[in-house]
Design a protein around this ligand. Structure first.
Ligand code: COA
Length: 718
């Protein structure tokens, strides 16, 4: 999407590196009026100590913050890699020629008044011109960009950004500006902060590709309202999360929220369940709130990866220890459980009444020294991989001394093991919390916040250590054969396939459907039933009878030849009574599908992510429980199995209450095929196999019904 949404084949644009490490930055629309954005941007650039040339541009000329103001970009003496445009919307296009003449690489267009308010054409024209002249566009409708690599704060935010290891990419301007203040208040250092606004050209994928290689960036926080170019985003995210932590906040979870996001940015927020699952597939940590995201990124930017996942909780309060245990279960943090080792480890430091079971409860009698010695005992052990250190304020405890001990312990062990602290108490504790936080210690006011941050680290670490998801090799799908079926139906003016056409596609996909034979008379019906094997189902075949059951045209569970004979006659009689002039071609004798676990598998072209696949349990489960999982296609069999294992009712497939294990592998294979079909045949907008009956392990699956909708050929959404 980003490359030439409107220009067909654009000229090669400037590298993104130039945006983050420019030699010179011009501010077009620089103003001496401190109330204007054009003043604030120059002021922030000067204050942040930008290492390159700062060139204010305004036809009035003069001087601004000790720098000469140039009447035109053409007069600027040095190289200008980036031009920040702070002129009103109708002045933007006219300035492009001088930017191109000056050899500008990137336009950072702060100006609002484009696609977000319906002015899409002007936005497209700007991008088209820029791309045709080798320039890339960030924005429009943004607050600017910060890059620690060149100490460049080209935003109109409050300033005071600290350099560090977290990169923020945000679609929301106001929230992004507020984040600047928040990061400064919380002493969270940034490697970059980029406002993407309308994403007319440069989007998250372009930026993530740069940030993946940027040595200073350890964690990326993305705030997304709507996804454009989802297929490329998925590929880029999979690559970056193999090495770095990525946290996403996406608004539009609720239906109302999605509507607000859509009207806000001019791009529709994708269906939330799809987004959620695809982010998980990409190894992205999705935070519920801005606060949670902040807790996570602050912790992730400093914490080392664990060497294993067994954590130990050390506490001086029983209740808070139990709360932490609950939180560990919720956030996927396993607890170290070897009771003998726990007993030995804490034998020396455990006060009377204490418990060395995990949570290790030192009780309210513990002194600051007892506490520190216990923590040290855990931190020294290689088999205990992380520590959740909890403290409730007590009168017996010297809190001041405690904070000194925490600092020194953290300093000694911070690079060896993940540690989270949660302190709870009165005014003194609140003060210590603030102090330690400013110093960069991972301290939290609430147990759940602490464990949630540790859980986020675990999830990201598991992703980084897992085998990378591989795309299946191009399959041997008979795409030409499938397209021929679609084309014949299309010629009849249909955007859907009839049952026998869908069955023909299913056959080409290698899906087993119930066997079916058309019988034109009684003898043929009996022969067909014998060939298929009992029990069978019979259905009338007549283009004059659409509602077969209503006409008495269906008979189920026929177990013998005599039952087939009786049913055949009964079907003919009742159909002719129902519609005396109906032309009856015969009956369809169909294999009666044996009971198994009913599942639903589908694939479709998603407006944000392109081809996606879905898996869930069929029947009431899918409609009532909405217990389904999505993945961006194509996927391989391993990912399909992970997908199947991610639904809540997965235990039904593993075999519960004495039932045997089901053939999950065969179901996974169907998901893989559908994912390939949706990727290779973009004109299929929807395919749904419902139900796909899954039998015992080794016995395979049967696709009872296959429905296919199609339209004109879709393109790569990237
Ligand atoms: N080259 C250089 N300077 C130019 C110019 C040009 N072609 N055309 C106008 N200017 C100057 C103006 O003379 C003015 O300077 P002055 O103060 O010395 O007179 C300056 O550029 C700014 O123009 P002005 O007309 O005063 O606009 P403004 O500052 O009131 O507003 C924007 C400009 C871009 C800030 C405004 O149009 C806008 O889009 N605001 C919303 C920004 C926003 O919220 N973005 C999203 C954030 S998330």
């Amino acid at each position: 999407m980003s490359s030439g949404c409107c220009s067909g084949k654009p000229a090669r644009g400037a590298t993104i590196d130039r945006l983050f490490r420019p030699q010179g930055v011009a501010v077009v629309g620089a103003s001496t009026n401190p109330a204007k954005i054009g003043y604030r941007v120059v002021e922030n650039m000067v204050r942040s100590g930008f290492s390159g040339g700062i060139y204010p541009v305004n036809p009035k000329g003069g001087e601004l913050l000790g720098r000469p103001v140039y009447a035109s970009l053409r007069e600027v003496p040095g190289t200008v890699d980036v031009a920040v445009l702070c002129v009103p919307a109708d002045h933007v296009y006219p300035t492009l020629a001088e930017c191109a003449d000056k050899g500008v690489g990137h336009l950072v267009i702060i100006t609002s008044g484009f696609s977000e308010v319906g002015n899409l054409d002007l936005e497209k024209e700007i991008v088209q011109y820029a791309r045709a002249h080798g320039m890339r566009v960030l924005g429009p409708n943004i607050f600017g960009i910060y890059s620690a690599a060149s100490r460049l704060d080209a935003t109109f935010g409050p300033g005071g950004i600290l350099p560090g290891h977290v990169a923020i990419v945000t679609q929301s301007g106001a929230l992004g500006i507020a984040m600047i203040g928040k990061t400064a208040a919380e002493s969270l250092g940034l490697s970059a902060l980029i406002s993407v606004g309308n994403k007319s050209d440069i989007d998250e994928s372009d930026l993530l590709e740069y940030l993946a290689e940027d040595a200073a960036t350890r964690v990326v926080l993305i705030y997304i309202e709507g996804v454009k170019g989802g297929e490329r985003l998925v590929r880029t995210l999979k690559r970056i999360t193999a090495r770095k932590h990525v946290v996403a906040i996406k608004s539009g979870r609720s239906k109302r929220g999605a509507m607000a996001a859509a009207s806000h940015t001019g791009s529709l927020a994708g269906a939330d369940a799809v987004f959620d699952d695809i982010m998980r597939q990409c190894g992205v940590l999705r935070a519920e709130s801005v606060q949670e995201a902040f807790h996570w990124v602050r912790f992730l930017s400093d914490a080392p990866l664990p060497s294993g996942d067994e954590a130990v909780i050390v506490t001086n309060g029983g209740g808070i220890g139990v709360l932490a245990t609950d939180a560990c279960e919720k956030y996927g943090v396993p607890l170290f459980d070897d009771q003998t080792i726990l007993k030995q480890t804490f034998a020396e430091v455990m006060p009377d009444f204490g418990s060395s079971k995990n949570p290790v409860d030192l009780t309210g009698q513990a002194t600051a020294e007892d506490y520190a010695r216990s923590l040290e005992a855990v931190l020294e052990r290689d088999d205990m991989n992380a520590v959740v250190a909890l403290y409730c304020e007590t009168a017996l405890f010297d809190t001041e001394k405690f904070s000194v001990l925490l600092r020194s312990l953290y300093e000694r062990y911070k690079e060896r093991k993940p540690i989270v602290f949660s302190l709870f108490g009165g005014e003194r504790i609140e003060r210590i919390l603030r102090e330690l936080r400013v110093e960069g210690l991972p301290v939290f006011g609430d147990v759940y916040e602490a464990v949630s941050a540790l859980g986020a680290l675990y999830r990201s670490w598991r992703q980084q250590t897992a085998t990378a998801e591989t795309e299946p090799p191009p399959s041997e799908l008979d795409v030409a054969g499938i397209r021929a079926i679609l084309s014949r139906a299309g010629k009849e003016g249909r955007g859907f396939l009839l049952a026998h056409e869908a069955a023909a596609v299913a056959e080409r996909l290698g899906l087993r459907m119930p066997r079916s034979i058309l019988a034109r008379n009684l003898d043929e019906a009996v022969r067909a039933a014998g060939e298929i094997g009992y029990p069978v189902v019979m259905k009338v075949v007549s283009k004059d009878i659409i509602h077969k059951s209503d006409a008495g045209g269906v008979a189920l569970d026929l177990e013998t030849a005599n039952e087939v004979i009786d049913a055949y006659q009964a079907i003919l009689q009742s159909c002719l009574a129902y519609k005396p002039d109906a032309v009856i071609e015969g009956v369809e004798v169909v294999e009666m599908v044996k009971a198994g676990v009913e599942t639903i598998i589908g694939a479709r072209q998603d407006s944000s992510f392109g081809p996606v696949v879905m898996f869930g349990l069929g029947g009431i489960y899918v409609e009532v429980m909405k217990d389904v999982a999505f993945r961006a296609a194509p996927i391989d069999a391993t990912t399909a199995r992970i997908m199947i294992g991610s639904i809540r009712s997965y235990p039904l497939l593993l075999g519960v209450r004495g039932e045997s294990r089901k053939d999950v592998g065969a179901a996974a294979e169907v998901i893989v095929r559908l994912s390939q079909l949706a990727t290779q045949c973009r004109e299929i907008t929807d395919i749904e196999v419902n139900p796909l009956v899954v039998y015992d392990y080794g016995k395979g699956v049967v696709a009872v019904d296959v429905r296919i909708l199609f339209g004109s050929q879709g393109g790569d959404a990237a």
